[in-house]
Design a protein around this ligand. Structure first.
Ligand code: FEO
Length: 399
């Protein structure tokens, strides 16, 4: 049985799928699993690009042995130190004690602090070259995509970019490893969910990195998650470019927090009005039920955002608090925003959403509306106006 996955004659994908872990970083749901990608360059000198999470070490090491047998590995290039990629580092060093660990100054701080490894460091700087024989590797130091030590490795010979987390996404690789072997539409949602939740707060830095990468020819993008982009890497570059410029599609996301169903009733009414005004992409989420990451992903996708909350002991309903915190943390810009909600014996929902609106400085559509205990005709007439105005706004702003 030959399980090798060659990218070229000398470069192999030696990634692993993880469908057992429920939550990535113990927070983000992995309903569709995740792949930890690693790559082996079997040249005159042999180099490993990143490793995999600790729970997949055995499978990972046997993939290496299947390709190089008893040969030694000369270099372990560490593009990113988060443990889903560095978790097998100890095992690699145990199997290949002479291996040189290639990273930048920051990388070694993490290696020491995480694993106490202080030997065989091979420090590189921006633009240095590592000659493997046929392949000549060079390095782009790209701090804060999305950790301080993150860097990318570029093979000048075959124009391959080993991009660590950048251009990656959630979702296991179910047979298809390359972009031309899978239905990319299936992965797009999971790539955007990854970007909008994990990388998004560094969008300005992503834009700078994209400008630097635009000076080099890239034939293949090999991320640490998701498919390998060998047929049309421009697709994923364009996704990243659009998302990091906060571009959005025509559509409206309505997110609400409700205790007794009254705020939910207002959300449903708004959604119907928006639909009747010609918008087809409408997503309605109960913040208590749908994980934050899916909500943020759709808010990143669509131009219109409508937030609703009941009052909860003079505060925002807690699941809505999480939604607005994450939005603010992600730094998302250029959205239309409307606000609605319910109060009973105290306010706290709508006025906190209004304060959020002032902080994010998105364009406000319509007045905020707050019902007392349950929505009546007065509130429904305001919701009607909000829905009509929001539909008009998102239609007039195609991007
Ligand atoms: Fe895939 Fe930032 O770890």
């Amino acid at each position: 049985m030959d399980c090798r996955v060659p990218v070229t004659d000398r470069v192999h994908w030696i990634g692993v799928n993880d469908r057992e872990t429920t939550l990535f970083e113990n927070f983000w749901p992995l309903d569709k699993g995740v792949a930890y990608n690693s790559y082996l360059i079997n040249d005159e000198k042999i180099a490993l690009i990143d490793t995999v999470k600790f729970n997949k070490t055995d499978q990972f090491l046997s993939k290496i042995r299947e390709i190089i047998g008893d040969k030694k590995i000369d270099y372990l290039v560490v593009n990113h130190m988060e443990p889903d990629h560095s978790g097998s580092m100890h095992a690699v060093i145990a199997a290949y004690p002479d291996i040189k660990i290639v990273g930048n100054k920051k990388t070694f701080e993490f290696i020491n602090n995480f694993y106490g490894i202080t030997e065989n460091w091979y420090e590189i700087k921006e633009g240095d070259e590592l000659d493997l024989g046929y392949h000549k590797l060079t390095f782009f130091i790209t701090p804060m995509i999305h950790w301080p030590e993150t860097m990318m490795t570029y093979d000048k010979t075959d124009k391959m970019l080993f991009s660590m987390d950048a251009f990656g996404g959630f979702g296991s690789l179910d047979g298809g490893i390359f972009d031309d072997e899978v239905n990319i539409e299936v992965y797009e949602d999971e790539i955007r969910r990854y970007y909008s939740n994990i990388v998004s707060n560094y969008s300005v830095i992503v834009q700078k990195a994209l400008k630097r990468l635009s000076d080099i020819e890239i034939k293949t993008i090999l991320s640490t998650h998701g498919p390998i982009w060998r047929s049309n890497p421009q697709i994923i570059i364009d996704y990243y470019d659009r998302w990091s410029r906060y571009e959005a599609e025509e559509g409206v996301v309505i997110v609400y927090g409700t205790m007794y169903g009254n705020t939910a009733k207002m959300a449903d009414y708004l959604a119907r009005v928006i639909s009747q005004n010609g918008i087809k992409n409408i997503r309605v989420y109960d913040a208590s039920k749908t994980h934050l990451s899916y909500i943020i992903s759709d808010i990143w996708r669509f131009k219109g955002v409508i937030l609703g909350s009941c009052a909860y002991n003079t505060h925002l309903f807690p699941p809505m608090e999480s939604v607005i915190n994450k939005i603010e943390h992600s730094g998302l810009k250029n959205r239309f925003l409307s606000i609605f909600g319910c109060k009973s014996w105290s306010g706290g929902g709508v006025n906190n959403l209004n304060a959020f609106a002032e902080r994010v400085k998105w364009e406000k559509i319509g007045p905020s509306v707050e019902a007392t205990c349950s929505p009546k005709e007065t509130e429904f007439s305001v919701l009607l106006k909000i829905g009509e105005e929001m539909a008009r706004a998102v239609k007039n702003n195609p991007e």
